[in-house]
Design a protein around this ligand. Sequence first.
Ligand SMILES: [Mn+2]
Length: 471
Amino acid sequence: MSGRAWSVRSGCLAKPATRGLLGLFLLACLASSTTAQERREREPNSVYAERRAKLAAQVDGPIILWGFTGREEGSQTYIFEQEENFYYLTGHNEEGAGLILLPAAPRGDAANIEREILFLPARNPQKEKWNGVRMSPADPGIEARTGFVAVKPFESGLRSLVESLAKTFPNLYTILPYEKELGGYPHEKSVVDWLQLAAPQAKLKDGEIAFLKQAVDLSLDAHLEAMKMMRPGLYEYQVAAKMVEVHAMGGSEAEGYAPIVGAGPNSTALHYDRLSRKIEDGDIVVLDVAAQYSGYSADITRTLPANGKFTKRQREIYDIVLGAQNAALAAIKPGAHFFCKGKKDGLMNIAYDFINSHGKDRDGKPLGQYFIHGLGHDIGLNVHDPGEYCGPLRPGMVVTIEPGIYIPEEQLGVRIEDDVLITESGYKLLSARLPRDPDEIEKIMAAAAKERPRQEKSTDRGSSNSPIRCE
Ligand SMILES: [Mn+2]
């Protein structure tokens, strides 16, 4: 599928809680009632309605979805962000909602039920004193605001309707837990294949691309700032902090993923997240940092010389990664694929062959063994959006192209990652504004170093043990 058939017996949705357990549960709710809301723009209601209609036209049973509850994390820094599939179909970014979509073709005794119902928690004035006002089913005009003809109370409405639908329909569709990772129905972060029924190959629409472009643009601004501030003596986290600031000041509601700034030996750790190293003269620095904007995440990586000038060896490896990226980009067009078993014409093969046929390691061996991850992936509501590695690229999709070479024994990692929109005739590099050419990068860094106030330079020299202030 496609969607997964889910046979429901009434009563299997939730185990009845004993009175004592229920009491504990309520206490837990109060204790973690600090969930903050995420700011974001949304598309017109008609866009989400269209997505629902498309999905409803393709199924033979009701679709039942739960949004996140806001209790996914107990951390005080947790900021609520909706389950992505739920958001894709509703544009609703508040806790505790549910959704029922009936198949488009009406069926006997289900003919009188509304085709789509949004379930929202009833107003809770006590909770709103802490968290602020939330939408509720009793709000005047809630239908127009949410774009649903029917908005009903979650607590009293959802379960009883599912139980009655289960008597009419042999199949119900939902998202089942993915057992290998995290689990926690319905709070599943992994790829869910049923959504591809509605949006095969995660093709993005214009409105989505506009949000994604905004995420890319803010990320490019942040990378340019990082290029300008980069110098020995800074800590990795200080560079990341500057980039996060640029994102947030530009209207980004969150990072696309935890920032990766890895200098020297850390440049070879793919998802390095400690960010604690003091950047040293001669280090190479991998910056894999990007913004999320209105739900959509960019994914951008640049690799910089800490002191503004690549060493001969760093430059050699950088040029090979750049050559591999350019070779893969040149082969992008609708119908191309990343990698299919048994086929040699994938973008991954092109990049790998380039790396493996250029340069050598210290033992004189080819460098292919140091390209240890895939070449790219879809991006969208998730920074690793659903997508098939072997499926054909189609116009409207946005993917990353990110070759890398990581040689731990030389403390030398290089990754260059760009975001690419597939078009009818080929592709558009959404991140083209951010230089990849090493000469151009060195030029920007040199110009910024020249402009850096003298005063700040003297502060740098005097602070060998403590973090220095960023501009
Ligand atoms: Mn990536």
